[in-house]
Each structure stands twice: as C-alpha cells, then as structure tokens.
Design a protein around this ligand. Structure first.
Ligand SMILES: *[C@@H]1O[C@H](CO)[C@@H](O)[C@H](O)[C@H]1NC(C)=O
Ligand SMILES: *[C@@H]1O[C@H](CO)[C@@H](O)[C@H](O)[C@H]1NC(C)=O
Ligand SMILES: *[C@@H]1O[C@H](CO)[C@@H](O)[C@H](O)[C@H]1NC(C)=O
Ligand SMILES: *[C@@H]1O[C@H](CO)[C@@H](O)[C@H](O)[C@H]1NC(C)=O
Ligand SMILES: *[C@@H]1O[C@H](CO)[C@@H](O)[C@H](O)[C@H]1NC(C)=O
Ligand SMILES: *[C@@H]1O[C@H](CO)[C@@H](O)[C@H](O)[C@H]1NC(C)=O
Ligand SMILES: *[C@@H]1O[C@H](CO)[C@@H](O)[C@H](O)[C@H]1NC(C)=O
Length: 521
C-alpha cells in the first residue's frame, strides 16, 4: 500500500532530468566578466529626475549602490540616447528646460523634442555613487557644431569639479550622436545620408569636441564610436563600414577606444503571452546577440573594446504585459550573461522615466506606463521585475574583480546555465528556466538538473541554492530573491534571507519561470 502511494506520487511529479557538466576549472576560452556587466543607459531629457537636481535622488542612488555592494563596482551610466540629438546648451539654463510632445496610449512618456541644458545639468553627476564610470552623449543630429562643443566643454568642467573628482566619478567616454544610421529616416539628415558622409561629419565634430572635452591620447576620457541602432554588415552603417571609410585613421578617430551598437529584440507596441515566451527563449536571445558576431570580430581585430551601449526588450519603450513582467527579468538575466560569451564587454539597459521596460522607476509617476491613463494615486519610485536580473548578475559575478564565466551546455531549449570562476576555481552557477508559466497556464512543470563536475579537481559536496521566486511570468511585482524583496520605499533589500543548503549529488529541481544561484562551498 505504502509503496503504491509513493509510486503514484513519483508519477505525478515526473520531471525531465538534465545532466549538466560543470568544469571545475574555467575552460580556456571563458571570458572575464566585468563587475559592471549589467549597466544602464539613461534618456537624457529627464536626467535630473533620475540623479537629483539640488540633492541626490536617494532611491536611484540606493538601487545602484545595492549592485555596487554585490559586485564591488557600481553599474556604468551612459546618458544620452534619442534626446541627446535634441539638446542644446545655454549657460543661462538652470538644469534642463525640455519640451515634451503629448503622451499617447502607446508612448505614455515620450522623449523631449527640444532640451536646453546649462552647467548645473551636467554637474549633477556628483550625485551618482562614488566610483561610477560615465559616458555622455553630445548632439550630432542637429548638425550644430557649436551646440556639441558647448556641451562637451560643460561636461569637461563638471567632471573636473572637486565634487565629482573627490567621489571618484569619472568620464570614460563622450559619444557624438545617437543612432546616426537612423538620421536619414528621422529627418535629422537627408534621406540619402550614407556612412561616408556620416564618417566625415563625425570627424569634423570630433576635432572640435576633443579639444572642448580635453580628449587626447593621454586623457582618461576617450570617444565611444558608432552607437548605431542596428547592424547592417558591409556597405550600410556598421563598424566595418566606418573603419573602411577611414574613421580610425583620422586624428580624432584614433581616440575611439570602444565601439557601441544598440539592439532591441523587436518592435511591438502591444503585448501578448506569445510575445512573452518569444522573449523568454534561449534561441531568440542568442539570435538577437549573435547578429553582431561579424561586427564584434572586426572591432576586436582593431584592438578596440565592444559594448551594447543601449538595449532592452521591445521598442515603444517596451511592450505592455511583456517588457514590464517577471518573465522579462529572466530574459534580462540570460541576455546579459550570454553577451560576454560572444565578446560583448558590457550591456547598457536603456531606461527613461515611465518607460515600460525599466529596471528602475526613480520618480513618482502620475499616469500609467502601459496606456497613459491617469493613475488613481501617484506611484512612488519603485523597482520593476527586471531589476532582480541586475541583482542576480551582480551576485553571480561577485566582488573578486577577477571573475570569469562560461555558458554551460544544457540540453533544453528553455533552460540556460552559466558557471562562474574566481582564479581557477568554480565558485557559483546560475540556472534560468525560461518556460513561461503564466496566469493562464495549466500546470507548472519543472526540470531536474543533475550536476556532473568535470575536468579534474575535487567536486564540491555542498551548495547553497538561492531562488528567484516568481508567481507567474506575467506578474509585474511580488518577486522574491532568496525570500527577500527590493520592492521597498527605499529600494533597499528587505525581509529574511532564505537559502537551501543541499548536497550537490542531489541535483536541483528548477520550476518553469524560475532562476537560481548555486554557491559551491
Ligand atoms: C528650443 O528651446 C529653446 C529654449 O526654450 C528655444 O530658444 C529654441 O528656439 C527651441 N528650438 C526649437 C527648434 O524649438
Ligand atoms: C572648431 O575648430 C576650428 C579649428 O580650431 C575653429 O576655427 C572653429 O571655430 C571651431 N568651431 C567651434 C564651433 O568651436
Ligand atoms: C547652434 O547652437 C548655438 C549654441 O546654442 C546657437 O546659438 C545657434 O543658434 C544654433 N544654431 C542653429 C542654426 O540652430
Ligand atoms: C555616399 O554619398 C556620397 C555623395 O553622394 C558618395 O560620394 C559616396 O560614395 C557614398 N558612399 C557610399 C558608401 O555609398
Ligand atoms: C529576437 O528576439 C525576438 C523575440 O524577442 C524574436 O522574435 C526574433 O526572431 C529574434 N531575432 C533574431 C535575429 O534572432
Ligand atoms: C495538468 O496536470 C493534471 C494532473 O496531473 C493532468 O491531469 C492534466 O492533463 C495536466 N494538464 C496539462 C495541460 O498538462
Ligand atoms: C558525466 O559526464 C561524463 C562525460 O561526458 C560521462 O561520461 C559520465 O557518464 C557523466 N556522469 C554522470 C553521473 O552522468
């Protein structure tokens, strides 16, 4: 009798077992992972709503500082994007004056069309966490070299101020123009604007901007190149094409040390469950990143670094019910961890006040991010589900400053795994089950992961397991990480930490729509 019951129970919970080999030492190709792998790109029209104007925005600061406490370095911050090419400088302007188009249901928080900034605007960089590395964009789109020069001069002064310098906040890069490959479509240039003309424009601007910003062969600050919206290999706008057009051979072009490209997985202005499972897929994540493989190879062949300077899920600032959900957190985690496996050093997730795909909402909102309808009550600053991906990535990388990671072969189209090493030893692993369990799914299934430690050394006997618990993939709140929440008024973690300590021989049961961090003792 007893035996029968056990057998039935076993049948009901039958799960797929995945045998995963984990090398005890890093494979030779395992890339180093920067502590600021998951960084942020901020739409610059409302920059002071992020960082603070006359005093620090403590909520934003806390959300960045949480990451610094885990990985040892704060995320890098790139400020610019669409509004970068609509910004002019006026020494009389206090912070920023911006003109916004009216909100629409698909774009409840549109970018400003005309921004005027003064010195006080750039000086607010001092409110960032100490040690933050910054990239700032100047205007190429409006073809007004005076505007770009005045901005660059003001940026230089801000980063030379003692408030910024004493905090160890440094300007790594100046970017000249955002997504110039789209200028021919968005009216910023003629509809025949091509990569040769762009390269000439960039060199002309960069001559003056380098002088104004103090960028030289010996300065810390350098140029971030390209910042293209997409990749069209060959004759279109691509790193290869600007190299062929001679950008690196020019005097200011020799000051480009990193190439940036941008990526969104698609353009959907309304969400659906199908769309969520599309996003939560190893295949589509790898497909969206490996499109850059030839570009990365060409960039690295020139001895330059390569980053995704702006990225997120879907355009229209995110698809409602998809980009703002717990499922998007799992997408973010796999996307960020996969990027360095193909030579992308850092991934800047794009954020704007009220955008649906934000990790962080640092300002009080009064209209819905999903359809612009007025909210019944003002919504105070808060984190969104994707923020947990930043936390998990930072925790997996850890604060060693010398972490390497390798993707693990997991024989399942929806389960991704990564191992993390410090020096020569295996320290941690992350597994992500991307099968979408939504509010309309019938059953939540799971997989069992059997760990098979390989390549010599003695296998760890015990591990602690920390879980990202998600009610449903389409939930927009209520996630917990090791039993704790970041959905607090301060953005600081709250609640009692809860982890399991188990034998590595027992493997691990991973539910649909769940991520775990294993720490090996
Ligand atoms: C942008 O705003 C500034 C300051 O308010 C104004 O002087 C300028 O004319 C505006 N530009 C455009 C193109 O509207
Ligand atoms: C750009 O640099 C050139 C050469 O030094 C100078 O003549 C010109 O005035 C500068 N333009 C601006 C807008 O600063
Ligand atoms: C270019 O920018 C400068 C500096 O703000 C401004 O004085 C000038 O009017 C602008 N030129 C045009 C054509 O908009
Ligand atoms: C871009 O256009 C210019 C001017 O029409 C032309 O000389 C140049 O060859 C074009 N470059 C490319 C890559 O098509
Ligand atoms: C990018 O991801 C989307 C789903 O988010 C998918 O529909 C699309 O096919 C992917 N693109 C590539 C090139 O893999
Ligand atoms: C859900 O689980 C129940 C009980 O195990 C089973 O009878 C049913 O067929 C499952 N439904 C689906 C859609 O898998
Ligand atoms: C572990 O992997 C090795 C190498 O593929 C294989 O020979 C062995 O059977 C695996 N061990 C277990 C317990 O699955």
């Amino acid at each position: 009798m007893h035996t029968t019951v056990l057998a039935l129970t076993a049948l009901a919970v039958t799960v797929v077992a995945l045998n995963v080999q984990i090398p005890l030492a890093p494979p030779s190709g395992a890339p180093s992972i920067t502590p600021s792998l998951l960084s942020f790109s901020i739409e610059q029209d409302r920059w002071t709503d992020w960082v603070g104007s006359t005093s620090r925005n403590q909520f934003f600061f806390n959300t960045l500082d949480n990451l610094k406490q885990l990985s040892g370095s704060p995320p890098q911050i790139r400020i610019g994007a669409n509004s970068e090419d609509h910004t002019n400088f006026n020494s009389g302007a206090v912070f920023a004056q911006a003109v916004f188009p009216p909100p629409t249901a698909t774009v409840p928080y549109p970018e400003a069309t005309n921004i005027t900034v003064g010195d006080t605007y750039y000086e607010t960089a001092r409110f960032l966490p100490p040690g933050t590395h910054v990239t700032w964009g100047v205007n190429l789109g409006q073809n007004n070299i005076t505007a770009a020069v005045l901005e660059a001069q003001s940026i230089r002064n801000a980063f030379a101020s003692s408030a910024v310098k004493d905090a160890g906040i440094v300007l790594d890069f100046v970017e000249i123009g955002n997504e110039p490959d789209l200028y021919r479509n968005n009216g910023l240039r003629s509809n025949t604007y091509n990569v040769t003309q762009y390269t000439q424009d960039w060199i002309r601007f960069a001559k003056n901007v380098s002088v104004a910003a103090g960028i030289t062969t010996s300065s810390h600050t350098k140029f971030l190149g390209a910042s293209f919206a997409g990749s069209s290999h060959g004759a279109g706008f691509s790193p290869q094409a600007i190299f062929a057009a001679g950008i690196l051979d020019s005097q200011p072009g020799s000051l480009i040390t990193t190439i940036s490209q941008h990526r969104y997985s698609g353009s959907f202005c309304t969400g659906s469950e199908g769309l969520l499972q599309d996003l939560m897929s190893k295949d589509t994540i790898r497909g969206n990143l490996t499109v850059f493989a030839p570009d990365i190879q060409a960039v690295r062949a020139k001895g330059l670094d390569y980053v995704l300077g702006e990225t997120n899920s879907y355009s229209c600032h995110g698809a409602p019910g998809v980009s703002n959900t717990a499922g998007a957190a799992l997408w973010t985690l796999d996307y960020a961890l996969f990027a360095p496996q193909i030579g992308i050093s850092r991934v800047f997730f794009h954020e704007g006040i009220g955008f649906k795909y934000n990790l962080i909402q640092p300002a009080t909102l009064t209209r819905s991010t999903l359809d612009a309808s007025p909210l019944p009550a003002p919504l105070p600053p808060h984190i969104q589900p994707q923020y947990y991906a930043a936390i998990i990535a930072a925790e997996a990388i850890g604060s060693s400053g010398a972490t390497r990671a390798t993707e693990l072969v997991v024989n399942d189209a929806l389960v991704a795994g990564y191992a993390f090493y410090e020096g020569n030893s295996l320290k941690r692993a992350v597994f992500i089950n991307e099968k979408a369990f939504t509010r309309s799914s019938a059953n939540r299934t799971s997989v069992t992961i059997d760990l098979n430690f390989t390549s010599g050394g003695s296998a760890p006997r015990l591990m602690t397991v920390k879980r990202l618990q998600i009610g449903h993939a389409d939930d927009t709140a209520g996630l917990t990480w090791g039993g704790q929440t970041y959905e607090t008024d301060s953005g600081r973690v709250s609640g009692r930490l809860s982890v399991e300590t188990t034998s590595t021989r027992d493997g691990l049961v991973l539910q649909d729509t769940e991520a775990v961090l294993m720490t090996f003792n």
